[in-house]
Design a protein around this ligand. Sequence first.
Ligand SMILES: N=c1c2ncn([C@@H]3O[C@H](COP(=O)(O)OP(=O)(O)OP(=O)(O)O)[C@@H](O)[C@H]3O)c2ncn1[C@@H]1O[C@H](COP(=O)(O)O)[C@@H](O)[C@H]1O
Length: 100
Amino acid sequence: MSLTDLAATIAARKGADPDTSWTARLLSNPDKAAEKFGEESVEAIIEAVRNDRERLTAEAADALYHLLVMCAARGVTLSDIEAELASRQKQSGIEEKANR
Ligand SMILES: N=c1c2ncn([C@@H]3O[C@H](COP(=O)(O)OP(=O)(O)OP(=O)(O)O)[C@@H](O)[C@H]3O)c2ncn1[C@@H]1O[C@H](COP(=O)(O)O)[C@@H](O)[C@H]1O
């Protein structure tokens, strides 16, 4: 599934029943969405340090999903993030840091 399709699924869950949709439950509670992203990020970090490719892939998927839900809960869309990334395209990260 592409991130674009996942973001569309998340957006479509706005207002859905929190009893049947995990996404809807998090969208209705932005602080909880942020907490879950924090947990899933830490789980991904642990698997990266362990160098477990399969577990890292699964945890990275959890983290990406929860990042998108956390942002959606605060009105930030994947398009907003892509526009921000596009604005950075002309400059290397090292160059950007040196110019701060
Ligand atoms: N990609 C996901 C996705 N990844 C993780 N999760 C849920 O996130 C929750 C995480 O909860 P937990 O912390 O308890 O789970 P955990 O971290 O795996 O468990 P522990 O390691 O802590 O024991 C679980 O209920 C997972 O099922 C997801 N829920 C939904 N999606 C996508 O969102 C779509 C809509 O889902 P609903 O909104 O639930 O209909 C789905 O079809 C999927 O495409």
